[in-house]
Design a protein around this ligand. Sequence first.
Ligand code: GRF
Length: 190
Amino acid sequence: MRVGICVSGQGSNLRNLVARGFEVVAVATNRPSCGGAAFARERGIPLAELSQRAFASVEDRDAAMRDFFIGHGVELVVDAGYDRVHSAPFLEAFGGRIINVHPSLLPAFAGGMDAIEQALAAGVERTGATVHLVTDRLDAGPILMQEPVPILPGDTADSLRQRVHEAEYRLLPAAIRMMEERIAHSPAVG
Ligand code: GRF
């Protein structure tokens, strides 16, 4: 299945998917200097550099992203450390075919970039990773899969983030395979 990735950060989930042989046919970023974009360039994966400042509106930027992915025959969009919500032009084209990975057991610690720090500060014994369908509501779409991760005595944000990332490297491939099954039985994007 042809996968398009949206990335804003270091891109370790993107690297993991490529290493595992997923058919990553296009990468889009709103942050051209991020590690995920650098990896796409290194590997020769088609890359759309869509800085918001180059567009008059969020909708214009998202329409460009939509056209880029459709042009590369993307069947499933994966937000892998993408730090924006998608607006209507993108959601209307790919609705039901966009998934996001979030570093907590949603609905706990939703709605921000600091879910790891929030879990540590809350003093809970476990957190985890979630893959969910993306809607117009941040971190609130239907949950596809979750994996719990223990919080250990002495954990720092870095050590916990590493353990959560390892869960994500298992969970996201499994969720893509689940979506592949679903998409095989639904009509084409367009
Ligand atoms: C991951 O923890 C993911 O859950 C969150 O952003 C982080 C991206 O990490 N949405 P990476 O860029 O894939 O290393």
